[in-house]
Design a protein around this ligand. Sequence first.
Ligand code: HEM
Length: 485
Amino acid sequence: MALEMNFFLSILLSLLSILLYFISLIHKNKNNNNNNNKNRSKKKKLPPGDLGLPWIGETLEFYRAQRNNRIFEEFVQPRTTKHGTIFKTRLIGSPTVVVSGAAANRFFLSNEFKLVVSSWPSASVQLMGKNSIMEKQGDHHRCIRAVIAASLSCSGLETLVPKICNSVEVHLNTHWQGQETIGLFRSTKVLTFSIVFECLFGIKVEPGMLEMFERVLEGVFAPPVEFPGSKFWRAKKARMEIERMLVNIVRNKRKEMEMEGEEEDGMLLSRLVASLIRGEIKEEEVLDNIVLLVFAAHDTTSFAIAMVCRMLAHHPNCYERLLQEHIEIMDSKKQGETLTLEDTHKMKYTWQVARESMRLFPPIFGSFRKAIVDIEYEGFTIPKGWKILWTTYGSHYDPQNFSDPLSFDPSRFEEPVPPYVFVPFGGGPRICAGYQLAKSNILVFLHFMVTRYNWSLVHPDEPITIDPLPFPYHGMPIKIAPKFL
Ligand code: HEM
């Protein structure tokens, strides 16, 4: 059904683009007679590249490459070879400039709010909510970031790490014990979903909640057409269900905190509701930010964990060294003693492995910005209103930054990497707000996995696909057996 719908949409888009193409030809003729316009376009040197057909541009090529998880190889690289590290195209109706490399990352990410603002497709904004942090700018953005940051500060993390440990142990005892095969990606997705809800917000996960969020995610990059049965329609319905559930939770929390004078417990939900009570943010902002944070947190972290495991399985020497690190930490603890934030600081090699895995397999390949003024960059003008797409690949796969860039070598991260070169978490004012939580989550999970289980991949070269975020095509089944160290 979904495939038929996509096919139908593709045909519709193609017909629309042909129509637009003819309209644009007529306009072009008119414009040729217009001297003013001629002079204006002479002054601006647009980046090289092909805008393609009106509206549709090169969207279908982009989607095809995205589906194969080959955006770099099939879309970005052929065009950078032809035009250089900055080129223009047209994606999902918008003229777009694709930029690559650490200098471009620095320029565009650090000029957020000054020259560019974050820009998501209409379906994403409608589903994540227009009040979420990703749509906020200036003081409002700072205010919401400050609330999130308070829960993930050093003292916040000190209480979070033992909670994450507890969630991981409960998860393994419930879902892994007695099993011979586990779908690793699904399992870590269930786990990271419950960690963000229970450890970060203090909200208990009820059956069916993850499925509701998954239905929303299916619609975030779909065409925002709301006819019954479309992905977007289903996603909107799921979003409304989530909202109904969260409104009750937020209002009950507010009542408790107002009527019973409940102290803030350090949980993010209490912090958001406290801001609501103080009148700093609105109820819609609390709801939209809970939804956004859950999405931002769980698929990304579970994909990162899955890719670390894939790399460890392919590189037994790295696995041995990583295992040794965890055995030493385990030996330093008393029976039943939980891990602390300080223990995670000792997992230096594990973090190198995780960073190297995210360099090769970034959970988020990049994101869009919109020019809020005409931007002069590298001798070209990016007109106001155009989109800019920065990608992690541009700097992660650049041999000037990482020699033999496609090989896996965690020792690259023994030394600090210059800013804006390694950007799986983005950079500038919109750098990932959950970086510390993601890091703790990855490290703690790996600790328990490698010390408690022998495991191996069922499909060592399983393809990775993207829809709309990357995931292992078969869900990454692994064979497991308990280990007694
Ligand atoms: C491995 C896991 C993760 C990766 C790779 C990742 C990656 C990213 C990236 C690349 C951005 C910047 C997007 C842009 O510039 O447009 C971002 C933003 C963000 N991330 Fe993460 N993320 C991860 C985990 C998390 C977690 C666990 C949370 C929450 C608890 C989170 C919350 C956010 C938020 C709120 C933003 C928006 C920040 C803003 O607009 O100011 N992320 N993330």
